[in-house]
Design a binder for this molecule. Structure first.
Ligand code: HEC
Length: 100
């Protein structure tokens, strides 16, 4: 259904939803940008709205984080760790992935 597809696209754009390629890029950028200083668990245990993640990224920049694609990281964090996502279960390894 073409019409429904277009409506969905319009909705996604209006809602500011990032495309999957940007989100995937953000995840890679996160590994490269954030891991030198701390584990990702400290990042992924948070659930923040866009403004909150934006502020965190500014704060990390103030502490020396160097971004090559800040936008991609922001979109990835908002899409994956937004305040609408369920909180992380406590059993996590240091890299933020669930324990096996
Ligand atoms: C130059 C070092 C550095 C880099 C790079 C860095 N951080 Fe941090 N980050 C810190 C420090 C220091 C803390 C405080 C750690 C603690 O409390 O144990 C912190 C803590 C945090 C916290 C916990 C909340 C807070 O504000 O204390 C979040 C969330 C966070 N970082 C996100 C990120 C993200 C996302 C990235 C990558 C985009 C990143 N950090 C990269 C230094 C860094």
């Amino acid at each position: 259904m073409m019409r429904a597809g277009l409506l969905w696209l319009a909705f996604a754009l209006a809602a500011g939803a990032a495309d999957q390629a940007t989100i995937d890029k953000g995840q890679k950028e996160e590994q490269r940008t954030c891991l030198p200083c701390h584990s990702l668990r400290i990042v992924h245990s948070n659930r923040l709205i866009r403004a909150g993640w934006n502020k965190e990224l500014d704060k990390m920049a103030g502490w020396g984080a160097k971004y090559t694609d800040r936008d991609a990281i922001l979109e990835y964090l908002v899409a994956t760790y937004g305040d609408d996502k369920p909180v992380t279960p406590p059993e996590m390894s240091a890299d933020g992935r669930p324990r096996q």
